[in-house]
Design a protein around this ligand. Structure first.
Ligand SMILES: [Zn+2]
Length: 305
């Protein structure tokens, strides 16, 4: 779809036998884009969550191009000789999400490291990863990469996938309002400030969601995003990235989500610039119009029609 080729290394230079090394090539011109690692299974002392870590950002120095190198780190159950990992659908969706970050890194064409993935604006950086999740909800994709573990020819029944898609909207209002509340609280902390952070949390949480947060619950004390460097006042970026993701995906809905012409254009116009262009300008160049939130609203079941 992105018009790239993956080639697994025969002699990988890795830190553990479970880790695999891949080279990514741009099929439009045969150039190598970068190198990535898949470190998929848990082990003693390893990072316990899911993330993509960059080892080196792309850069051009003294006429020489240094390619990006990153690793996708996850903790899926390791397959055994007679049982595969048996990922549930949400695991697969997470794989697609992280792989979106990975391809964002691999596609980068900026000449300075500061315009690599770490330079992408916080309220856009989740767009490519959230967008890739959409492919994990397409029957054509799922039937290609999955099947009953005892008989892979048996695919996920269409009506089951349809019911899963319908169920996505279950409680979506509660979930989104919670995101709005967190975003708002985060902005209040970093603009107005707060002497009693718990009281501010409770106030905005209940005003926004309609749910009371009990006084003895100190959610603000354990919510790293509010204070982590790089996130401060940026929690709203998740919702905003999602709005971009839904909007950018409309072009794939129209042209076909496996259409490599659209995919190549997406790679060149949205992924390749990294942090070197303003997200709004990238979206205009890809969609031919300014970004809007119609598709995001539709994804929540709030259709304008
Ligand atoms: Zn992410």
């Amino acid at each position: 779809m992105l018009n790239v080729e993956f080639k697994e290394s025969d002699e990988p230079n890795v830190w553990h036998e479970d880790v695999k090394e891949f080279k990514v090539t741009d099929k439009t011109n045969g150039r190598t884009l970068g190198l990535f690692y898949l470190d998929l299974y848990p082990r003693e002392g390893k990072f316990k969550h899911f993330a993509v870590f960059s080892f080196m950002d792309r850069r051009v120095k003294d006429g020489k191009t240094y390619l990006p190198i990153c690793s996708m780190v996850s903790n899926y159950d390791k397959p055994t000789a007679d049982t595969p990992s048996l990922l549930n659908h949400s695991d697969v969706e997470t794989f697609f999400h992280e792989f979106g970050h990975l391809m964002h890194t691999m596609s980068n064409q900026a000449n300075y490291a500061r315009f690599g993935l770490s330079g992408v604006l916080r309220d856009f950086v989740e767009t490519p990863s959230m967008m890739f999740e959409k492919w994990a909800w397409k029957e054509e994709v799922l039937s290609k990469l999955s099947g009953h573990y005892k008989d892979p020819k048996k695919k996920l029944p269409s009506n089951l996938l349809k019911r899963m898609i319908d169920a996505k909207l279950l409680d979506v209002g509660i979930l989104q309002l919670r995101q709005v509340a967190y975003s708002l609280i985060d902005l209040v902390y970093h603009t107005e400030g707060a002497e009693d952070t718990s009281a501010v949390f409770r106030k905005h949480f209940s005003e926004t969601t309609g749910y009371m947060m009990p006084e003895e619950v100190k959610m603000d004390a354990g919510f790293g995003h509010f204070v982590n460097p790089g996130y401060t006042a940026g929690y709203y970026g998740y919702l905003w990235s999602k709005s971009y993701a839904e909007d950018v995906f409309t072009k794939f809905e129209k042209n076909g989500f496996m259409d490599s012409k659209t995919g190549t254009e997406y790679r060149q116009k949205i992924l390749a610039p990294g942090g070197s262009l303003d997200p709004d300008d990238m979206v205009i160049s890809f969609l031919g119009r300014e970004m809007n939130t119609d598709a995001f609203m539709k994804s929540l079941g709030l259709d304008n029609d």
